[in-house]
Structure formats: structure tokens, C-alpha cells
Design a protein around this ligand. Structure first.
Ligand code: EPZ
Length: 420
């Protein structure tokens, strides 16, 4: 496909209502979990994103039947798949493919997965995943860029995670569901996507307890059955539109999202002077003329989410005062800073900390996305920059935002997608 770019003319206040699609990272792990049963699974409210498309390609490659029906429903039938290899050409496009490893070990007792490379935000190792599978009895070897794992019988064990890794928690949980005995994951991730995966597994007949805490216990069962499940709304997509309302001094209603999943962002936006009104599954965001500077430190859930750090930094660029943003989860998640500076932001980086002196206005410039959420930060900056911003490499954005420019246009933004 020809490369495309976004043309954004800044200065419009956003007003109106935006619907939030299904959560990308919840869809990815639940799609992997469907491999654990021979029955058909139906997943509803699945977002049509490139990351999801790649995951459908990965599981199809394994021999699983995957079909889109209606507009956002996936029918997945892994009755008799037998290929246990996830090849380099697919895994290099989407690191989340590693999530098929746990289900493959549980179902086929084998897995051959291309070692996911790093990406713009960090080295992204998978050592916690592999350590977990070894604890469950798998032999794991890494050579020539592939992870080869095999096991006779998966046996439950106690696994301590050095860091509450979201992916490692999910991968180990899926393998443990069909292991013999009990598995305890200590220092487990508490993210909503982990909780959702656990709910899906329990609906399949698994026995997972402690979801949302740092100790998850899984009692292995013999078999899991098919499930009809609806993916939750995407909290990061919702958070991005909340910041779009805040940065443009707008008035936006965010539909179909559970405010509880966005607590850290809501608290920080209110500290910055943004008015937030909560209904059951609605969030009304009213931005002030200019937000106040606030400090942010990203932490594992329930701390401030690293996936919202770049977007919040865009807001800080035009805040009144100086903000300090510390990124503790990924070692290189500041790729957006160079381009924000090109747009007139005043940012200095000291190790994992960014010091942002708010400026009265940003100016449009040609910029490019280096990763998904960094790209979102540049869109947000373009919404308020004086002049017309051209953002290239927007394939990064298509990994995580459904109909981004359509939704922003419906809120009053002047934004369009053109061929490069
Ligand atoms: C998941 O990535 C998400 N991806 C990320 O979203 C999200 O930023 C991240 O969790 C943190 O919330 C998916 O769910 C597909 P981690 P994951 O394991 O699982 C280190 C997006 O684009 N680590 O919690 O890879 C790692 O390097 C992405 O949607 C190890 O050292 O995140 C990082 O510093 C961006 N060894 C930290 O832990 C391991 O084996 C957190 O990683 C695993 C992780």
C-alpha cells in the first residue's frame, strides 16, 4: 500500500461524542487463548486494527480457522490445528504474536516462535515468558532467531516475575490452565487486559483466581470449552480522546468506556484543571483555556499507564508551568520528543525523565511517527499547533486506532489522510 500521511490544521476546539472500539491488547491475548479449546469461540467488538489482522494471520498460519462475521465479530475454530510455528515474517510485524506460545505448549506440547525483535520503545526481551514456561517443565532453546520449546507434561509451579510483565503474566496463565496441578504467579501484572483474559479463561472452564492482584493462582484442568465473549472498550484509545478534548479546550463525551480503568489519567487531568464528569460508561471531558503543568511517573497498573505517557507529554508541551515526566516501564519511550521539539516544544531529557517547559503555542512542522503512541502524541500536538502539520509513517497509528481521522473530524478537527 502507498505510504500515507495526515494533514492536520491546528486551532479547532473539539466538541461532540466519540465511540470507543474494542481494546487492542485485550483482543490479542484473548485471540491467542482461543487456541486452548477445540470448540469454536466467538469474539465480539474486536477492533479492526493492523495488530489484530496480523494476529489473525498468525493463528491462520498455525492451521486455525478464523473468520470475520457481521462487522466486528471473529469466529475462531481451532479444532484440528497442528502447526506449532509462528514465523519470523509475521512475528517481526507484531511482537504480541509471542502470546500464542503458552497456548501452543498447552495444546500441542511444542512451540517454535521467531524471537520477537525490539521496537522503537525498547529491547522488549521475553525472558520472563521463557523462565515461566521452563518452571512449568518445558525445555526451551533459543537459536538462529527462534525460540524452540517442547514439553511432555506441563506441571504447575510457583513463578516469581522480576517485573509485573503484562505479556508474561498472560502467556504463563494460558499455559498453566491445562497444566497438571496448581501454578502461582507472584508479582503478576494487574492490568485490566490480564483480568479480562482471566475472565475469558474461566468462562472456558479454567480455574484462575487472584485476577487484578499480584498473586494469580491457576488450578490446571483437563479441557476447556468454547466461549462467546465481548471485548471491553480500549482504555488507551479513550484516554487519547480525553487528552484531545483537554489540549484543544474542547468539550467531548467519550462513550462506552469504564471510567474505573482510567483512574490515574482522570486524576492527573483534573489536577491539570480539566473538568471530568463521570456517568456509568460515559466520560465527559471539558478542557480549560490552558491546562496547568503536572508531573507524571509511569508505573505498572494501577499506576499511570506507560501507553498514555506520549499523549500526556503532548498536553504538557502547552501547559502553564513546567512538568516532569518519568518513564519507568520502557527504556526508550521518548521517541516522540524530537518531533515535539521540532514543533516548538521546550523539552529536556535527563535519563528516564523529561522536563517540559510549557509554551504558549506550538507551530506546525513536517514530523513522523516512530511508534504507535508516539504518533498519537504528534497528532494531538498538530491539533493545537499554529499552521498545518504533516505527519508521516502513520501506519504506526493504524496498529492501534480505528478510524482516527474520521472520529477526530466528527469532533471538529481539520485533519485528512492523503497519499505521501
Ligand atoms: C504490553 O506489552 C502491551 N502490549 C504494551 O502495549 C504495554 O505498553 C505494556 O504491556 C505495558 O503495559 C500488549 O499487550 C500486546 P511488559 P508487554 O511485558 O507485555 C520488560 C502497544 O503498542 N520485560 O509488561 O511487552 C519489558 O522490556 C504496547 O499496545 C522483560 O524484561 O509489556 C518492559 O521494560 C506498547 N522481560 C517491561 O518489562 C520480559 O520477558 C514491561 O513489559 C517481558 C517484559
Amino acid at each position: 500500500m502507498d505510504p500515507e500521511k495526515l494533514i492536520i490544521s491546528g486551532g479547532n476546539r473539539l466538541q461532540g461524542t466519540v465511540k470507543i472500539n474494542g481494546a487492542k491488547n485485550s483482543a490479542l491475548s484473548i485471540m491467542a487463548a482461543t487456541l486452548l479449546t477445540k470448540d469454536v469461540c466467538i469474539l465480539r467488538n474486536v477492533p479492526r486494527l493492523t495488530d489484530v489482522d496480523i494476529m489473525t494471520k498468525v493463528i491462520r498460519k498455525l492451521g486455525v480457522k478464523v473468520e470475520w462475521k457481521e462487522d466486528n465479530n471473529l469466529y475462531i475454530d481451532s479444532d484440528n490445528f497442528n502447526n506449532y510455528e509462528a514465523p519470523y515474517e509475521l512475528v517481526k510485524m507484531m511482537r504480541g504474536s509471542i502470546l500464542v506460545m503458552g497456548p501452543l505448549l498447552a495444546r500441542l506440547k511444542r512451540a517454535k516462535i521467531s524471537l520477537p525483535g525490539g521496537c522503537a520503545i525498547g529491547a522488549r526481551p521475553v525472558d520472563y515468558h521463557l523462565k515461566g514456561f521452563e518452571a512449568l517443565g518445558a525445555q526451551v532453546e533459543v537459536e538462529k532467531g527462534y525460540i524452540e520449546a517442547k514439553v511432555n507434561i506441563l506441571k504447575g509451579d510457583e513463578i516469581y516475575l522480576d517485573f509485573p510483565s503484562l505479556g508474561a503474566t498472560e502467556n504463563i496463565m494460558m499455559a498453566a490452565c491445562l497444566a497438571e496441578g496448581v501454578t502461582k504467579i507472584e508479582n503478576a501484572a494487574k492490568d485490566p487486559e490480564v483480568v479480562e483474559l482471566g475472565h475469558f479463561l474461566n468462562k472456558m472452564g479454567a480455574k484462575v483466581e487472584g485476577l487484578g492482584t499480584d498473586l494469580i493462582e491457576i488450578e490446571g484442568v483437563k479441557k476447556l470449552h468454547g466461549v462467546d465473549y465481548t471485548i471491553i472498550p480500549d482504555r488507551i484509545e479513550a484516554g487519547t480522546y480525553m487528552i484531545a478534548a483537554a489540549i484543544t479546550g474542547g468539550d467531548v463525551l467519550i462513550e462506552k468506556v469504564d471510567p474505573l480503568l482510567l483512574k490515574p489519567l482522570i486524576v492527573k487531568l483534573e489536577e491539570a484543571g480539566v473538568r471530568i464528569e463521570l456517568e456509568k460508561s460515559l466520560i465527559k471531558v471539558t478542557g480549560p483555556h490552558r491546562v496547568k503543568a503536572v508531573d507524571i511517573k509511569t508505573l505498572p497498573f494501577p499506576g499511570f499507564p506507560t501507553d498514555m505517557q506520549p499523549q500526556f507529554m503532548a498536553l504538557s508541551c502547552v501547559a502553564k508551568g513546567t512538568s516532569v515526566i518519568i518513564e519507568t516501564v520502557f527504556e526508550k519511550r521518548f521517541t516522540h520528543i524530537g518531533d515535539l521539539i521540532r514543533m516548538g516544544a521546550d523539552i529536556k531529557v535527563e535519563g528516564h525523565s523529561a522536563i517540559i517547559k510549557g509554551v504558549k503555542k506550538l507551530s506546525a512542522a513536517p514530523v513522523m511517527a516512530s511508534d504507535l503512541r508516539g504518533g498519537a502524541a504528534l497528532v494531538l500536538a498538530g491539533l493545537v499547533a499554529e499552521g498545518t502539520t504533516e505527519l508521516s509513517r502513520i501506519y504506526h497509528l493504524d496498529r492501534g486506532y480505528v478510524n482516527l481521522e474520521e472520529k477526530l473530524t466528527s469532533l471538529g478537527a481539520d485533519i485528512k489522510r492523503v497519499k505521501e
